[in-house]
Design a protein around this ligand. Structure first.
Ligand code: UT7
Length: 322
């Protein structure tokens, strides 16, 4: 059976880390409020020379090195981002040029915080249909560029970063097949005014700033995530007790706790990086995955669930045997 197997992970963060205390010097907030309501202590903010494509390139190089694979053999790059370097061309093509691999498929996917799950779903389908053999699936964001730094209800929540995986089509036989076992994706455009950017090329001709009704997003996130996680488990005949690791979108520690509770999963099985990275949108799932792989928690053969929810609304989950 042809499966898309994760053969390497990588990530990259901007050089500059910004603590809650540093933010509290600029906006009316406090370390205490941010930690208590979100679990965030720190985030990384990109400098002028650090862009979505440069962070994505660094993350991709790290994933390729971990996989022991030359960039030249990559024939598909899917980059999830809501903060591309330019309106066009796709940032994925900039990454392709940086890596020096020419002629394959390269495009961006826009599903905001669920972007990595959407990118994974698309890449997995393309690999299993034979359109490509080796993919880089990347989530990379520079949300600091679209934050309203005078809006304390949003600017303290986000950070910049990138994560990447190398996904390879492999024939897998027998029990405990490695690879992506199931992916479920959803959208409900009726809620797009709860989390959006108030600008764009076709409306204002500007980039715009992020706007969010946090409390309502929170409410939907907990319900939607629990439902979609259940869907991938049912589809594959698993229960939450089979899961070795949950690698969730890192928006708020309280959402992660609520999701784990709904699934009856102990907190120790949830990979949590929100404290150090804040919400890095499409980058958050692959960043967290890479961290847990590199520190030895996630090992080959582990059953891992990836999930995310974001603007649109969009949401999704994927069950992967590492
Ligand atoms: O990645 C996409 C998905 N995004 C999410 O999942 C985000 C989901 N939402 C959340 O994580 C939470 O709703 C927030 C962290 C955004 C907010 O937490 P909350 O517990 O829902 O707080 P709230 O919005 O109800 O605000 C409580 C109070 C308000 O004051 P009043 O009206 O009660 O007097 C806010 O003005 O906290 C105030 N507040 C702040 N205070 C200090 C809001 N932001 C801040 C701040 N510092 N940065």
């Amino acid at each position: 059976m042809l499966r898309s197997v994760i053969v390497g992970t990588g990530s990259a963060l901007p050089r500059r880390a910004v603590s809650n205390a540093e933010l509290a010097e600029q906006v009316d907030t406090s370390d205490e409020w941010i930690v208590e309501r979100t679990g965030i202590s720190n985030r990384h903010i990109a400098a002028d020379d650090e862009t979505t494509s440069s962070l994505a390139t660094d993350a991709a190089r790290n994933a390729l090195a971990a996989a022991g694979i030359e960039a030249a053999s990559i024939d598909l790059i899917v980059l999830a981002t809501a903060t591309p370097d330019q309106t066009f061309p796709a940032s994925a093509t900039l990454v392709q040029a940086n890596l020096g691999c020419r002629g394959g498929i390269a495009f961006d996917v826009a599903a905001v915080c669920s972007g990595f799950l959407y990118a994974l779903g698309v890449a997995d389908s393309m690999l299993r249909s034979g359109m490509a053999k080796r993919a880089l699936v990347i989530g990379s964001e520079t949300f600091s560029r679209i934050l309203d730094w005078e809006d304390r209800t949003t600017c303290v929540l986000f950070g910049d970063g990138a994560g990447a995986i190398v996904l390879e089509a492999q024939e897998q036989d027998g029990e405990n097949l490695r690879g992506v076992l199931a992916t479920r994706l959803h959208a409900d455009g009726a809620h797009n005014q709860l989390l959006y950017v108030d600008g764009g090329p076709s409306t204002t001709g500007t980039v715009g700033k992020l706007r969010m009704k946090g409390r309502e997003v929170f409410r939907h996130a907990v319900v939607n995530l629990a439902e979609v996680l259940e869907e991938v488990l049912v589809e594959t005949g698993h229960t939450s007790q089979d899961i070795d690791w949950l690698v969730p979108h890192q928006a708020n520690a309280r959402i992660l706790d609520a999701t784990a509770k709904k699934l009856n999963l102990p907190r120790e099985k949830v990979v949590m990086t929100v404290g150090q990275h804040a919400n890095t949108s499409a980058a958050s799932v692959p960043l967290a995955l890479d961290q847990a792989v590199r520190d030895g928690r996630i090992k080959q053969g582990d059953l891992v669930v990836l999930e995310a929810m974001g603007g649109g609304f969009t949401w999704g989950a994927s069950l992967v045997r590492m």
